[in-house]
Design a protein around this ligand. Sequence first.
Ligand code: BGC
Length: 413
Amino acid sequence: MSRYLLAVVFLILPFFSAADEVEVLHWWTSPGEKAAVEVMERQLNDKGLEWKDFGVEGGGGGKAMTVLKSRVISGNPPTAAQIRGKGIQEWASLGLLTAIDDVARQEEWDKKLPGLVSETLKFQGHYVAVPVNIHRNNWLWVNPEIFKKTGLELPETWNDVFRIAPQLKKAGYIPLAYGGEPWQASAIFESVLLATGGADFYRKTMVENDPEALTSKTMMETFETLAHIRTLFDDNSSRRSWDQATQLVIDGKAAMQLMGDWARGEFLLQDKQPGKDFLCIPAPGTQGAFVYNIDSFVMFNMPDEQQKKAQQTLASLLMNPAFQKEFNQKRGGIPALDLSEGQEVDICARKSRRDFNSSMEQGTLVPSTTHGMAAGERVQNVVSEVVSQFINDPGADPAKAVKQLSLAIQTIR
Ligand code: BGC
């Protein structure tokens, strides 16, 4: 190749690759999550686009949001980013997001998506985000072998868990696998809150932030149960990631873990069979209820026409039923597109879909606080901070924590 030609190639290459390249920020960095990202990457490549991975470590996405803010502030947003729930409205209100209405209209998203999902994705009537799944957060992942060996019954309530915990410990097992990160504490809190007060009380506290409900006796009971739950963890739990905690259940070191259904991806990746090698049962006291979380992607405003086209291709791919099926089989969760039952092969996903539909009918479907569906980022962060300080400090007083949480929420609202 002549020097002249080489120079031309080098000059135009960055423009072509930048336009055909889709840089996607996400926080799917555990082994199971990475396997699902590979599905996304492969299917995007099949559409002629380059995947530029922008994975930020840290379950729950807290770190990813910090990194995203600094990229946006420096005027260099990625093509797309994983943002959920109320965060979508917060980012859209800053005028930074591209409306995806053309693709949505052509592909009839309004007809295809359940109302609850499409409402979350719209800002002032325009689609500004694309969903890829619906997660259930109030799952308990169980190692059945441990229950078989110890002859213990599966728990249905927190009192059941407290009753069997001494026997599990005596037999050398950690009753509940946990990592001390704030969002993991918050995930336990929201399930306990739901178990203690029911769906209406959950909404009153976490969605409406009602001061009376926030300082009620039921809230006090919630924190008292959390104080008891602390005794179920092992001493090394602080700063353990959620997938390291899942690994303890997989390896037969811990009996259970309370975690969203992305945990299923870790079991499946290690060839564990649901219903045989691991069980998924509703978190104690939350049978029939469903704490949901919808993973979705937003597209940032881009000046370049080709990049806009690439964003539309990405949006269309993410909404493709075949993509959502393969993707969610790898990572857990259920496709956001089609809620009809009987399509999943996996027993946990089947149960999730059934319970999602029935909880919607019965009014027991509630948005996750931990994952930003119930309230904006500030409330989400305050709940995580107060609850994790409480859970991670063996001497913390429930009455003080109730006051602190209510005050913190009122202050930032
Ligand atoms: C996301 C899931 C993710 C989990 C752990 C949640 O906030 O919605 O998709 O797997 O965090 O990283």
